[in-house]
Design a protein around this ligand. Structure first.
Ligand SMILES: O=C[C@H](O)[C@H](O)[C@H](O)COP(=O)(O)O
Length: 235
């Protein structure tokens, strides 16, 4: 599993706090990554203790983990709605004075297309993070999932937006990362992103883009695990 910076203890606190918000009968979006994995394991323990929920995984990784820990699974087609989604982030805007307070970059694990589908379908979307993810302004590269045939034309369009696209290479496989849905990923550096909403709209308008990792106005709260507790931001 991909691991990012930040202490595992802080991630565990955030994940377990989010899992504690899951109520009997809930349909729960199961995000992807090392922080959400703690939530999925905690939900699995609660299921062992009698909690009745159904989870909707956002990736092969979260599906496998959910199966391993005994979380019953379903999919978006089979439910009327999603009560709560729990998911990690690569960066979270934590400046209360910024218009983009609570905006995210996701997709470090290339799962952001299915994550956005499930997280935006949820009545409530809670981000789980450790303090290393917090920032005043988004500035990490934005993962952009593209149709394989479109990667070079999308890269040209990204450059026209003053971005620097890099096709994400696979590890232990020759060639690029291929997502769970068969797409490629361009990691696009834009420097400091002052208006993520505008950039999100531009990226979504490029033919061949399947989904980008800017999540603006989507999260309802972030649970930030620290070494001695959990801080909550509500948006
Ligand atoms: O594609 C992956 C996801 O967007 C993850 O939620 C994100 O990369 C955060 O992962 P982690 O909790 O491992 O830092």
């Amino acid at each position: 599993m991909k691991t990012a910076g930040g202490s595992d203890e802080a991630k565990r606190r955030a994940g377990e706090r989010a899992a504690a918000a899951v109520e009997d009968g809930f349909v729960v979006g199961l995000g992807t990554g090392s922080t959400t994995a703690h939530a999925i394991r905690a939900i699995g323990r609660a299921v062992d203790d009698g909690l009745e929920i159904r989870g909707i995984p956002t990736s092969f990784q979260s599906r496998q983990l959910a199966l391993e820990v005994g979380v019953p699974l379903t999919d978006l087609d089979a439910v009327d709605g999603v009560d709560l989604a729990i998911d990690g982030a690569d960066q979270v805007v934590d400046d209360r004075d910024a218009a983009a307070f609570g905006a995210l970059i996701k997709g470090g694990g290339a799962a952001h297309a299915r994550e956005k589908l499930v997280d935006t379908a949820a009545d409530r979307f809670v981000v789980v993070a450790d303090p290393s993810k917090l920032t005043d302004r988004l500035e990490r590269s934005v993962p952009v999932a593209v149709l394989p045939d479109a990667h070079s034309v999308v890269a040209d369009r990204i450059r026209a937006l003053d971005g620097e696209p890099t096709l994400r290479d696979a590890e232990r496989k020759d060639g690029p990362v291929v997502t769970d849905n068969g797409n490629l990923v361009l990691d696009c550096a834009f420097g400091r992103i002052d208006d993520p909403d505008e950039l999100a709209t531009r990226l979504s308008g490029i033919p061949g883009v399947v989904e980008h990792g800017l999540f603006v106005g989507v999260a309802d709260a972030t649970y930030i695990g620290t070494d001695d507790g959990v801080e909550v931001r509500r948006y």
